[in-house]
Design a protein. Sequence first.
Length: 266
Amino acid sequence: MSLFFPNNFEETLKKSQVEYEETKFKSLCLIFGLIFSALINGFLLLIFIRLGLPLYHLVWSFLIVFFFAFKLISLIPVFTLNSKKAFLESDLLYSARHLLLSLESGISLINSLEGVSKLGTNSSKYFKQLVFDISMGMPLDDAIDKAIEYSPSKLYTNLLEQIETSMKTGTDLKDTLNNTIEDITHQHFIEIKEYGKKLNPMSMFYMIIGTILPSLGTAMLVVASSFLSGAFIIDLKVLLFISFLVLVVQLFFILAFRALKPAVVS
């Protein structure tokens, strides 16, 4: 069963903090796939019996439904990790700048971390967990290692690694943080540029599929129905069905644009 999961699945599951161990989660994927396939095939069985279709085709439908159901639930840690990553990186730059400003003001590292944890931002929640571990008596190095182990973001991991390296080597932490902030800023600029490149084709598809095609298509159907009266009539049901399709297309593009938008706060 491990062949259906990527090599780094254990690390992804840990960082996503899904409340299941690896073995239990894989068993859950298997059980969910079997139950969902059995339910769908039970429904298909009634249709096959009523239509008189050969029942051996249900074997293929069972395998196909099981594969997709198994794959869907196995991707939950990936989706959760990506969501946590976007949540953390949305204002990580602001928290890093606040940390640097505190250090430049002469505040100690632990007190600066505590100040960042009280900002009330998305990323401050991760700093709050780091400060909590320190307050419970965990050494700063071990607390940083634990935060790196469960970090869903490479940018946050890089920030913590730079802090830990500066502590071990004795280099100036302010200079290190400044370089890290520049890297985060550069990464945000890259994400914004990529968003601009993806936005142009998506806007074109929206104009064609979401605007031009529904309006012209409906108009052409009305004209065609006037010439083919009796063979094809546009009634209220047809118009409601077209409106439903347009609504689905509009919702799809809204979700697509929201998914493309980089969660970046300067």
